[in-house]
Design a protein around this ligand. Structure first.
Ligand code: NAD
Length: 482
C-alpha cells in the first residue's frame, strides 16, 4: 500500500472511492516525483455522479432557488477561490509545471469570472412575444438544460473549468466535471469550495480518470443534457459525433495554430516581446500560442534577431522559482511529441536557429528548449499542425494580401496577432483574418466579458460574455389563450 495521498471522486457532496478500487499516479513534470494517486473513474462512477447531479437538478433546494441567491452563491465561490488562490496556484504548478508566477496571475483573474456570471444570474429571462391576436399571450422561458458534462485539459485546469462551471451554474444547471488525468487536483478542490460556498450537494461533482474510460462514459451517458469540452481537435471531433447522434448540444474549445503578424510599420521591439510572450508563455502549451510568425520582409531580420536573442536568454528551471522563465512540458509524452516535431521539421528542411534540444532543467524533468525554426513554409507539418510546445516558425512575407492568405491557410481559427501602427490596416486585418480572436499590438488579452469562439477546426460555440447563456439554456415558447 502506497503512502501517497489518495484522492477520491467528489460526488453528491462527498469524497467517493472508485468503483474499481483502482487509482493512478500523478507526477510533477519538473522533477518526475510522484505527487499523489487519484481515483480511476469508470462507467459506474460516472453513473453515480450523473445520478447525483440529476437528483440535485430536480431538488427544490436548487431548482427553486431564486436567481438572486444563485448569483450570491457564485459570488461566494469567487471569494473562496480568491482566499485559496495561493494553494490552488501551487497545486497546478506541481501538476502541470506552469510557472508559479503565471499561475498566480491566472488565479488572480479566476474570481472575476464567477463575479461576472454572479452579476448575470438575475438578468436571465424570457420575453413577451408580440402576437397577432390580442387574446393570445405568447412568451418565452429560458430554462436550464439539466446535467452538463464538463471535460477539461491539463494546461489551465482551474481557469478552463471555470469557463464552463460559472455560466452553467448561473443559469441553474448541475455539473459533472472530468478533469484531465494529468491534473486532477484543483477540480476536486474547486468542488469542495463550491460546497463550502453553499451550493447544494450534487450540484458540482467531479469524476477523475482517463479520457477513454471516465471521459467516454460521461459523453455516452444518456442522462446528460450537454457536453462542454476543451481539449484537442481530435477528441473534440469524437465528442461532436457522439453528441450529434444523441441530439444534445456541445460547446467545443479546441486546438490552434495561431498566426502572429508583424508589419514593417510596427514598433518592432514591442512586437518582438509580443512574439516571445505569444509562444513561450507556459512553455508554448496554450491553445492560443502564436506558433506561426509572419514578419514583413523589411523587418524580418531585425525581428528574428530580437526574438532569437531573447529566446537564448530565457531561464529554464524550477517553475516554483521566481527567476524561472520557462518550466517543463506537462508530461513525458508531451515532451517527446515536441521533440518529435522539431526532428520532423529538420527532416522537412527547416533550420533551427536556437533551441531544438530536450533538457532536464537540472531537475530531471521534461523540459524542452525555446526553439525557433526558419526556412519553413506553409506546406510543412511543423507549420500546419499544433505542436503545443515552445516552438515557433518564423516566415517572411511581402504584401498584406499575401499574409492574409498565408495566415488563413490553416485548418484552425482560434486567434491571431497583428503588429502595426497603421490604424486603417489594423481594422482591415481584424476583419480579414479568419480567427475567433484578433489582438492588435497585444497578445493574450482575455476577460470574462469578452466572447471567445474558435472558428473552423478550433471549435464550436462560445465561452465567456453574455452569449454563453445561450450555450447552457433552452428556450421554451408558451402560448396562453386568454
Ligand atoms: P485531450 O483532447 O487529449 O484531452 C482533453 C480532455 O478530454 C481530458 O480530460 C481527457 O481525459 C479527455 N478525453 C480524452 N479522450 C476522450 C474521449 N474519447 N472521450 C471523452 N473525453 C476524452 O487534450 P489535452 O492534450 O488534454 O489538451 C491539449 C489540447 O487542448 C490542445 O489541443 C489545446 O489547443 C486544447 N486547448 C484548447 C483551448 C481552447 O480554449 N480552445 C484551451 C486549452 C487547451
Amino acid at each position: 500500500m502506497s503512502d501517497l495521498d489518495q484522492l477520491q471522486h467528489f460526488i453528491g457532496g462527498e469524497p467517493v472511492a472508485p468503483d474499481s478500487g483502482e487509482y493512478f499516479e500523478s507526477t510533477n513534470p519538473a522533477n518526475r516525483e510522484t505527487l499523489y494517486q487519484a481515483a480511476r473513474g469508470n462507467a459506474a462512477d460516472v453513473q453515480r455522479a450523473v445520478a447525483a447531479a440529476r437528483t440535485a437538478f430536480e431538488n427544490p433546494r436548487w431548482r427553486d432557488l431564486s436567481q438572486t441567491r444563485r448569483g450570491r452563491l457564485l459570488r461566494r465561490l469567487g471569494d473562496l477561490i480568491g482566499e485559496n488562490a495561493e494553494e490552488l496556484a501551487r497545486m497546478e504548478v506541481l501538476d502541470n509545471g506552469k510557472l508559479l508566477r503565471e499561475m498566480r496571475g491566472q488565479l488572480a483573474t479566476v474570481p472575476e469570472y464567477y463575479y461576472y456570471y454572479a452579476g448575470l444570474a438575475d438578468k436571465i429571462h424570457g420575453d413577451v412575444v408580440p402576437a397577432s391576436d390580442r387574446r393570445v399571450l405568447n412568451y418565452t422561458l429560458r430554462e436550464p438544460l439539466g446535467v452538463v458534462g464538463a471535460i477539461t485539459p491539463w494546461n489551465s485546469p482551474l481557469t478552463l473549468t471555470t469557463s464552463k462551471l460559472a455560466p452553467a451554474l448561473a443559469v441553474g444547471n448541475t455539473v459533472v466535471v472530468k478533469p484531465s488525468e494529468h491534473t486532477s487536483r484543483t477540480a476536486l478542490r474547486l468542488a469542495e469550495l463550491a460546497l463550502e460556498a453553499g451550493f447544494p450537494a450534487g450540484v458540482v461533482n467531479v469524476v477523475t480518470g482517463f479520457g477513454a474510460e471516465a471521459g467516454q462514459a460521461l459523453v455516452d451517458h444518456p442522462d446528460l443534457a450537454k457536453i462542454s469540452f476543451t481539449g484537442s481537435t481530435a477528441t473534440g471531433a469524437r465528442i461532436a459525433a457522439a453528441t450529434a447522434r444523441r441530439f444534445i448540444g456541445s460547446t467545443l474549445e479546441l486546438g490552434g495554430k495561431s498566426p502572429n503578424i508583424v508589419f514593417a510599420d510596427a514598433d518592432v521591439a514591442n512586437a518582438a516581446m509580443g512574439v516571445v510572450a505569444g509562444i513561450f508563455a507556459a512553455a508554448g502549451q496554450t491553445c492560443i500560442a502564436g506558433s506561426r510568425v509572419f514578419a514583413q520582409r523589411a523587418v524580418y531580420d531585425e525581428l528574428l534577431e530580437r526574438v532569437t536573442e531573447r529566446a537564448r536568454t530565457i531561464r529554464i528551471g524550477d517553475p516554483l522559482d521566481a527567476d524561472t522563465e520557462l518550466g517543463p512540458l506537462a508530461f513525458e509524452d508531451q515532451r517527446d511529441k515536441v521533440a518529435g516535431y522539431v526532428d520532423l521539421g529538420r527532416s522537412e528542411g527547416a533550420r533551427v536557429v536556437t533551441g531544438g534540444q530536450v533538457s532536464d532543467g537540472g531537475l530531471g524533468g521534461y523540459f524542452y528548449e525555446p526553439t525557433i525554426l526558419v526556412d519553413v513554409h506553409n506546406d510543412m507539418r511543423v507549420v500546419r499542425e499544433e505542436i503545443f510546445g515552445p516552438v515557433v516558425a518564423i516566415m517572411p512575407f511581402d504584401t498584406e494580401d499575401e499574409v492574409v492568405r498565408l495566415a488563413n491557410d490553416t485548418d484552425y481559427g482560434l486567434a491571431a496577432g497583428v503588429w502595426t501602427t497603421n490604424l486603417a490596416r489594423a481594422h482591415r486585418m481584424a476583419s480579414r483574418l479568419d480567427a475567433g480572436t484578433v489582438w492588435v499590438n497585444t497578445y493574450r488579452a482575455m476577460s470574462p466579458m469578452s466572447p471567445r469562439q474558435g472558428f473552423k477546426s478550433s471549435g464550436v460555440g462560445i465561452e465567456h460574455g453574455t452569449e454563453t447563456v445561450k450555450e447552457y439554456t433552452r428556450l421554451k415558447s408558451v402560448w396562453i389563450n386568454t
